[in-house]
Design a protein around this ligand. Structure first.
Ligand SMILES: [Cu+2]
Length: 209
């Protein structure tokens, strides 16, 4: 999308979630500067598209020996609130090992939100992490037109090929996101979108059964 590299830094209990875009320095190193909870184990996912090889994701574990007690789960109702917005998912249950389409509606005072803006060139971004095996997926908000064009890859190829949405592009209050949950387990899902001038990060939990 609009960034060279996406980095997701998440505590092992999945409570502390950051989506960071590191700075590339002249010596070829990216650097991240972010506070971490002292003593807590973390996972760092490096998500990028190096020289058009297709999406590559690598996970690094920080202090993996000190695993936290239990992984956090979020609302399973599919309803959450952020600022003036109510966010509703049409389902929080997906079938494992097949592409699922989740419909997402963002309303403000009971009506579809009209002040949404692209975040990093997309309608919305979603990060999914398996609460059992830490499997990682990154999805994007899709209009009905995009859904119709997507091949069997949750829209990945289309998103990589298309230019990012302009900052003033229209973002609908209802859209879809596709996800392929590799195995039956719970997945924490952080939906990120821009409402007004605020980046909202809204956590949910899905079950793949
Ligand atoms: Cu994204």
């Amino acid at each position: 999308m609009t960034k060279l590299l996406h980095v997701v830094v998440v505590s092992d209990d999945l409570r502390d979630f950051r989506h960071i875009h590191p700075v590339l320095h002249a010596d070829g190193h990216f650097t991240i500067d972010t506070p971490l909870v002292a003593g807590a184990p973390y996972h760092v996912y490096i998500d990028g598209d190096p020289h058009a090889l297709g999406r590559q994701v690598f996970r690094f574990d920080l202090a993996p020996a000190r695993r936290a007690a239990a992984r956090t789960t979020y609302p399973r109702t599919g309803i959450a609130h952020a600022g003036p917005y109510t966010i509703r998912l049409d389902t929080t249950t997906v079938a494992p090992a097949q592409i699922a389409t989740i419909r997402i509606a963002i309303t403000e005072h009971g009506r579809p939100a009209t002040d949404l803006h692209p975040y990093l060139g997309a309608i919305a971004h979603g990060v999914f992490i398996g609460t059992g095996d830490l499997a990682y997926m990154h999805g994007h908000g899709m209009s009905d037109d995009m859904l119709a064009m997507a091949s069997n890859d949750c829209g990945d190829a289309m998103m990589l090929a298309a230019p990012p949405l302009a900052p003033d592009a229209h973002v609908p209050g209802a859209f879809a996101m596709q996800v392929l949950a590799p195995r039956a387990q719970s997945y924490d899902f952080w939906l990120q979108f821009t409402g007004g001038s605020t980046l909202d990060t809204v956590p949910f939990t899905l079950r793949a059964i």
